[in-house]
Design a binder for this molecule. Structure first.
Ligand SMILES: Cc1ncc(COP(=O)(O)O)c(C=O)c1O
Length: 396
């Protein structure tokens, strides 16, 4: 049997393309933030994680250009060896202060960050306890750990009773790490942190929260999930990304200095991979400057998402309620997801079509997300377009 047979037999993407409704890998030709050009046409972007709209901010762009002029285009090595520049250290220090933690360590992506932390901290015979809906990078980190004989247990999504049940089966003094998204990337719900912290404390577990969709979105001045609940000291480790609010590329973990130092000297995902580029670090630093100077952007983002939530609910859409930058609209089947995606796109609105098995059967959705820089006319156009298309497909 040919190893590649599965590739030659894979026809699903071609079938969707032949139907003219393939939503993925569409090339953006120009990007102003709320409006982008695709296939020579301007469309309103309602699917990006550019939460504060900073990818086109003049100061953020200028910082990237200046960093290239000073340091060149790449670092050509791992942080461990020749790949550290002073900007990496500056961003680590600035972010630690912003998040109220002793230390921060940068990684080259958020995805790598989870793979860097989880198998590094949890060893053979120790327990890893994970929400069933955690992001794919946590799942990948968990699988690496399980390959090294870590005990992996999962609990029902954001269900603290189920977590309590899982914890009750494990001896109290066995070391454990509980991992959860702070804001879940698909549904946009916020983790039940107060109860999670209480259960972690009662069961001698450390806590890792993935704040990819939380920093710049919730908490005081956008300081994330722990800040949202006044539990900064109770969350042991917070990880995140620079690919959303921070308008760049890269990941980070924040926590106690001794723990961060251990990860720094042990994580394969850090040691054996090149460091974030000068332009990436400089733009994340500039984005942090803007976030600190203009916290009202966070309020604007939340108000924009709420405008859409209220508008779509009023039109009769099945919207997952929430208070983050993510507004998912349930459509209920792959077919409808593809069809509706295409119709919205043709009408000038770009959203994300989430299909099974990425989401459970029946939960297929138009996953929409917002920016502080969307203006009311953009938001109204999104609602009007949803209404028109929703009626045409019989969803409302
Ligand atoms: C919850 C969550 N964690 C981590 C990541 C990965 O971040 P990055 O894009 O930096 O790899 C994402 C990105 O989609 C995410 O949604």
């Amino acid at each position: 049997m040919d190893l590649f047979k599965k590739c030659y037999d894979f026809t699903r993407a071609d079938e969707i393309k032949a139907m003219g409704v393939y939503p993925y890998f569409r090339a953006v030709e120009e990007n102003e933030g709320p409006v982008v050009s695709i296939e020579g046409r301007k469309v309103i972007m309602a699917g990006s994680n550019n939460y504060l709209g900073l990818t086109s901010h003049p100061k953020v762009k200028e910082a990237a250009i200046n960093a290239i002029k000073k340091y060149g285009t790449g670092c050509s090595g791992s942080r461990y060896l020749t790949g550290t520049i002073d900007l990496h250290i500056e961003l680590e220090n600035r972010l630690a202060k912003f998040l109220g933690k002793e230390a921060v360590l940068l990684f080259s992506t958020g995805y790598q960050t989870a793979q860097g932390i989880i198998p590094t901290l949890v060893h053979r015979g120790e327990y890893l306890i994970s929400d069933k809906d955690n992001h794919a990078c946590i799942v990948a980190g968990n699988l690496i750990a399980r390959g090294a004989s870590v005990e992996l247990l999962r609990y029902k999504h954001n269900n603290m009773d189920d977590l309590e049940r899982v914890l009750s089966k494990i001896e109290k003094d066995v070391p454990k790490l509980i991992v959860s998204d702070g804001v879940f990337s698909t549904g946009g719900e916020i983790v039940e942190l107060p109860r999670l912290v209480q259960l972690a404390k009662a069961n001698n577990a450390k806590l890792l929260i993935d704040d990819a969709h939380s920093v710049g979105v919730i908490g005081k001045g956008g300081r994330g999930t722990a800040s949202e609940f006044n539990l900064v000291d109770e969350v042991d480790l917070t990880m995140g990304t620079f690919s959303k609010t921070f308008a760049s590329l890269g990941g980070f973990v924040a926590g106690e200095a001794k723990v961060i130092d251990y990860i720094k000297h042990s994580a394969a995902a850090l040691i054996f991979s090149a460091s974030p580029t000068p332009a990436s670090v400089a733009s994340a630093l500039a984005a942090l400057d803007v976030l600190e100077a203009e916290p009202e952007r966070v309020d604007k983002l939340i108000a924009n998402a709420q405008f859409i939530r209220t508008g779509l609910l009023a039109e009769g859409f099945n919207v997952i309620d929430g208070r983050t930058g993510i507004v998912p609209v349930i459509v209920g089947s792959d077919e409808l997801a593809f069809q509706m995606w295409r119709m919205l796109y043709d009408e000038g609105v770009f959203v994300n079509a989430f299909i099974a098995p990425g989401v459970p059967q029946g939960r297929q959705m138009m996953r929409t997300s917002y920016m502080a820089t969307h203006e009311e006319h953009h938001l109204q156009q999104i609602i009007d377009t949803f209404k028109k298309v929703g009626k045409q497909v019989g969803l409302i």
